[in-house]
Ligand binder design. Structure first.
Ligand SMILES: [Zn+2]
Ligand SMILES: [Zn+2]
Length: 316
């Protein structure tokens, strides 16, 4: 099969990568569309020491088995199902897990992938393949609400209007709270205004007043910026995996009794439901589409500052 693989040094298009053989309990999925995520851009710089086929945001069609012919999205963590963490209902935290296209399991930038059948979620006809590519990051955005209670009374500030930030902003706005997103670029400002979400210039918001600050910046400065905005006993919710160690006045966090929350992977079913109801605009986030054999060019475009989602088209 065709695949975009990373050998630890460089990313390359391989027209004859070995086909995956699904072990018992796994489905063989023919990938139709896949999305390039910031995590993929980090993996090709050496994050996680990953080797193999990249890609964890996808839509596809199952070939063979009980799910034959079904359009699906798929959860990316392959949990063991037997350890205390799995049995305690937290499979995404399984210490024995591998992760699709991120950690020791070949991913979605290929004609085929395999996943355990329990990871699959059927897609309704009202969600297109290119929209379904956003199910995984949208679920990650939803996990913010799962782990931090946000009420309609809350003043919420979201920092970082990249791909994940723009999805998370749309999710948080559904809670009816007083939300402002700090934006630096006209493109993001226009999108947020189209969705009826308030925007703010960097440095323009009053310090120490937000009940909740959500950091989607992906930068080491994001935590310090969040700390400057959150009120005493407020919550900072971290969505960034940071480059380097954030520098921040942690004494202030202690004196002001600031709570720090974080979240990563989230509920796929809810994400699919929101897309099916048309409550989240993902189409506006797609900046470019490339066939798989132009994957290297797709990565270059995805890495340019300001690019939102780049989609790889695999099969119709
Ligand atoms: Zn991702
Ligand atoms: Zn486990």
């Amino acid at each position: 099969m065709r695949a975009l693989s990373f050998d630890g040094t460089r990313l390359r298009f391989d027209p004859a990568y070995p086909d995956p053989a699904p072990p018992p309990g796994h489905a063989l999925v023919r990938v139709t569309k896949a999305g390039i995520c910031n995590t993929d851009l980090e993996l090709v710089k050496g994050y996680m020491g990953f080797r193999g086929v990249l890609g964890h945001e996808f839509a596809g069609v199952v070939e063979g088995g009980d799910w034959d012919g079904r359009r699906v999205a798929g959860e990316i963590n392959l949990a063991c199902g037997q350890c205390p963490t799995c049995l305690g209902g937290m499979p995404t935290q399984c210490p024995n897990r591998t992760t699709l296209g991120i950690d020791r399991h070949d991913g979605a930038f290929a004609d085929y992938l395999t996943l355990p059948v329990e990871n699959l979620h059927p897609l309704p006809a009202s969600v297109s393949d290119k929209q379904a590519v956003f199910v995984e990051p949208l679920a990650a955005g939803l996990q913010t609400l799962h782990l931090t209670h946000i009420s309609p009374h809350d003043r919420v500030v979201l920092l970082g209007a990249g791909k994940l930030g723009l999805l998370t902003a749309q999710v948080v706005a559904l809670a009816g709270c007083d939300l402002a997103v700090v934006v630096r670029h006209a493109r993001q400002r226009a999108l947020l205004e189209k969705w009826g979400i308030a925007v703010a210039e960097p440095g323009s918001l009053p310090p120490h007043q937000a009940d909740v600050v959500i950091d989607c910046t992906g930068t080491a400065e994001g935590f310090a910026d969040a700390l400057a905005l959150v009120r005493p006993r407020g919550v900072i919710h971290l969505k960034s995996t940071y480059h380097g160690l954030p520098q921040a006045d942690l004494t202030r966090a202690v004196v002001d009794e600031v709570q720090v929350h974080s979240s990563r992977c989230g509920p796929f079913e809810a994400a699919i439901r929101l897309l099916a109801r048309g409550l989240i605009d993902v189409d506006s986030l797609i900046d470019a589409r490339y066939p798989l054999d132009e994957g290297l060019a797709a990565f270059e475009v995805a890495a340019q500052k300001g690019t939102l989602k780049v989609i790889l088209d695999l099969s119709p």
